[in-house]
Design a protein around this ligand. Structure first.
Ligand code: SF4
Length: 458
């Protein structure tokens, strides 16, 4: 069992027994569940919309090389610079290089899971650059020294009392501050930061190939401020975020907001196509887009797993997952949690270290049912399990157990040996680890043959 797997089991066991944690996330997911049906009402046929979105993403991913080149050509025409990063180290090196060229000591950052994936804040800190999260949820998490808990709502596991306590400890605000007062305090601090920052970093919800732009969706306006105030804007984005045309946003913007938060459309939707032009007053003087691979082409070359690249990170599968709702986002020990995280993390960070996440599923299929772009998530989890076996990532005892099971189950005579009690004793003795986290295997008292004979005697 890998170290990550042991940590996962230990953390999950703690969180599952933590009823207060469960109460908080069920409360927040309950609010989400109440809102989503309202958002879906805007679509005449929500299944057709999901199907169309899947088809568009299919086209984008099948022609990804051409789409990326088209994006680079269009974006460069308006003075933007494209940087291709194969892995996290290259992306970080490029950001640090740009920051040093600009004598940057202060940087503002909007919510971006990809910057979590490459651990950008840590790298910036090591280089003496103060990086401040400007999304309120991310700001709360940064103050608390915690990673985001959820890909859409980073502080979902915190109640308003938890946030008031945190602000009291870190910022000295009164402990009885209301959510409005806490938000105003955060805003007061963050407004200063936008003015001071030399560089702004954002992610992108979509890369738009035909116009050479990026689209950012948010509810607080902080991403707009992060890209417009500082003189340099750096976008870091995974290559799979591609959509072929700006007209596709007519479908993807409402789809993302409905499946992400239940809103019909998110409050701020921005398209950025380059730095400030000669005839423009606002915007950064320089703009870079770092196109990050970091394992995504491993997924691209796998015909079965490829569809996981269609993900628009709406978070719906996390909110629907019975495992996520019990163990929470941090137990996964990965940037991307929930069903989609369990599918992609073994391919992004190594099958051996993360294959255990593919077993963190009841395979109920609820994730597939709610996915905005109809990714067959539960089948991909099974596929991961299969691939890990094909790669030989199973213990000797597990291999032997299945071998014996196969031999026995293919011979009726062996299956009929002994009664249910004897089988329970032998099998539960062999699979000792099984019952550590589950009930014991329980065989029927009578064999299939015995039951069959009894049935036809009547
Ligand atoms: S896999 Fe589907 S449901 Fe889950 S985050 Fe991605 S698009 Fe949303």
């Amino acid at each position: 069992m890998s170290e990550n797997s042991q940590t996962f089991i230990a953390k999950s066991a703690i969180k599952t027994a933590d009823l207060e944690h469960r109460r908080k996330i069920n409360f927040n997911i309950g609010k989400y569940n109440a809102k989503v049906p309202e958002g879906k009402e805007q679509f005449a046929d929500v299944h057709l919309v999901r199907e169309r979105a899947k088809n568009i993403k299919w086209r984008a991913i099948e022609t990804l090389d051409q789409q990326l080149e088209e994006f680079e050509m269009q974006f460069s025409k308006r003075g933007g610079k494209v940087i291709w990063a194969e892995d996290a180290a290259q992306a970080i090196a490029e950001v640090v290089k740009i920051c040093k060229e600009k004598n940057c000591t202060s940087l503002v950052k909007s919510k971006s899971m990809v910057t979590e994936e490459i651990h950008l804040n840590k790298a910036l800190e090591e280089n003496g650059i103060d990086s401040v999260e400007t999304d309120l949820g991310e700001y709360i998490q940064q103050l608390d020294g915690e990673a985001p808990y959820h890909i859409v709502t980073p502080a979902m596991h915190k109640s308003k009392e938890d946030v008031a306590k945190l602000f009291n400890e870190k910022l000295g605000t009164p402990i009885n501050f209301t959510p409005q007062q806490l938000t105003l305090k955060a805003r007061e601090i963050l407004r200063e930061k936008y003015v001071q920052a030399q560089v702004g970093v954002t992610g992108a919800n979509f890369i738009i190939s035909d116009i050479g732009g990026i689209a950012v969706t948010e509810n607080e306006g902080n991403a707009r401020l992060s890209c417009a105030f500082p003189k340099t804007h750096i976008v870091i984005v995974g290559i799979e975020k591609m959509i072929p045309s700006v007209t596709d946003l007519g479908l993807f913007w409402p789809l993302l907001s409905t499946f992400g938060t239940g809103q019909k459309v998110t409050v701020y939707n921005t398209i950025v196509t380059g730095p400030k032009q000669a005839n423009e007053n606002d915007g950064p003087e320089e703009m870079y887009v770092i196109l990050l691979d970091n394992g995504r082409t491993n997924i691209l070359k796998n015909p079965k797993q490829r569809e996981s690249l269609y993900c628009i990170r709406c978070g719906a599968c996390l909110n629907a997952c019975p495992i996520y709702k019990n163990i929470g986002g941090h137990a996964y020990g990965a940037t991307y949690s929930g069903p989609i995280g369990s599918v992609i993390t073994p391919h992004l960070q190594g099958m051996e270290s993360y294959k255990h996440l593919s077993y963190a599923s009841s395979l109920c299929g609820n994730c597939t049912e709610v996915c905005a772009v109809k990714i067959n998530l539960h089948e991909l989890l099974l596929e991961n399990r299969k691939e890990s076996v094909e790669e030989g990532l199973v213990t000797f005892s597990e291999k032997m157990a299945w071998k014996i099971w196969k031999i026995a189950s293919m011979r009726r005579g062996m299956m009929n040996l002994g009664n249910g009690n004897l089988k329970n004793k032998v099998v539960n003795g062999l699979f000792k680890g099984w019952a550590e986290h589950r009930s014991e295997l329980n065989f029927s008292k009578k064999t299939f043959n015995e039951m069959w004979k009894e049935r036809y005697k009547k």
